[in-house]
Design a protein around this ligand. Structure first.
Ligand SMILES: NC(=O)c1ccc[n+]([C@@H]2O[C@H](COP(=O)([O-])OP(=O)(O)OC[C@H]3O[C@@H](n4cnc5c(N)ncnc54)[C@H](OP(=O)(O)O)[C@@H]3O)[C@@H](O)[C@H]2O)c1
Length: 251
């Protein structure tokens, strides 16, 4: 077992939502640390192909995924196993927002965020857990959000989905630990990406003022922690949530 920090040599990792933002940084970091990656995109095929073309190493693959559709998740799982035979690590990163104040939130906008962020994480985890149980090893890293712990006006759907991921992951950790499979959560704060680029300069300034470190984080700040939790250096860590937010949330 190679326990040097973040070493992923010889490991095969599946990452959802790898075409942009935090997911793209995770894909890049995993490949740089020696992993072979299979990653998904939803709408941005050209971006995913471009990332694939420039990754270090060989054998990486991309797959189109609509995470809200369980049959599509099953199909992608089959394709990934066909291409890679064995997957060691899974990063449940794909996620969406549909912000609105509670009284104006449409039922379908509450449901679609839960479907993508929480139910999608369940679909992916169930498929790969079955696979990992046969191999008697594996590591899940699920991406939640500081909003799951703090709440946020206008994001009740998103906060519920992300808090759900944390309880889900603790339960998965309890069910799978005895088979040498770990499951942890990373809860990012405000990280520069398309998701946060949608905020106005004024909103961003107000946010930065609340962050003790005084700025938004980079996607790489999250990727660094993901590769650690995936790696054997974290082999005694399971069922935990790691908050990475520049001090925004100190409970
Ligand atoms: N950015 C932040 O400040 C922040 C803070 C806390 C938590 N997070 C969490 O971190 C994760 C990544 O966030 P990000 O900011 O990097 O997001 P992003 O830039 O909006 O990227 C979202 C990714 O998810 C994919 N995706 C969207 N809908 C999908 C669907 N229905 N099925 C499968 N994949 C889908 C997208 O694919 P396409 O590109 O192909 O459309 C893209 O790869 C999310 O779970 C988010 O909630 C982000």
């Amino acid at each position: 077992m190679n326990t040097s920090f973040g070493n992923l040599t010889g490991k095969k990792i599946f990452i959802t939502g790898g075409s942009r933002g935090i997911g793209a940084a995770i894909v890049q970091k995993c490949a740089e640390l020696g992993a072979t990656v299979a990653f998904t995109y939803s709408s941005q095929q050209a971006a995913a192909e471009n990332i694939l073309k420039n990754l270090p190493g060989s054998g990486h693959t991309i797959h189109q995924l609509n995470i809200s559709n369980s049959e599509n998740v099953d199909q992608v799982f089959d394709d990934v196993i066909k291409a890679h035979t064995e997957i060691f690590g899974v990063v449940n990163n794909a996620g969406i927002t549909k912000d609105q104040l509670l009284l104006r939130m449409k039922n379908e906008d509450f449901q679609s965020v839960i479907d993508a962020n929480l139910t999608g994480t369940f679909y992916v985890t169930k498929n790969f857990a079955k696979h990992m149980l046969k191999n008697r090893k594996g590591s899940f890293v699920n991406i939640s959000s500081v909003i799951g712990a703090m709440g946020n006006a206008g994001q009740s759907n998103y906060a519920a989905s992300k808090a759900g991921i944390e309880g889900f992951t603790r339960s998965v950790a309890l069910e799978l630990s005895s088979r040498n499979i770990r499951a942890n959560v990373i809860a990012p704060g405000y990280i520069k990406s398309d998701m946060t680029n949608a905020l106005s300069a004024d909103q961003l300034k107000k946010l930065s003022d609340k962050i003790p470190i005084g700025k938004a984080g980079e996607a790489e700040d999250i990727a660094n922690a993901v590769v650690f939790l995936l790696s054997d250096a974290a082999s005694y860590i399971t069922g935990q949530t790691l908050h990475i937010n520049g001090g925004l949330y100190l409970s």
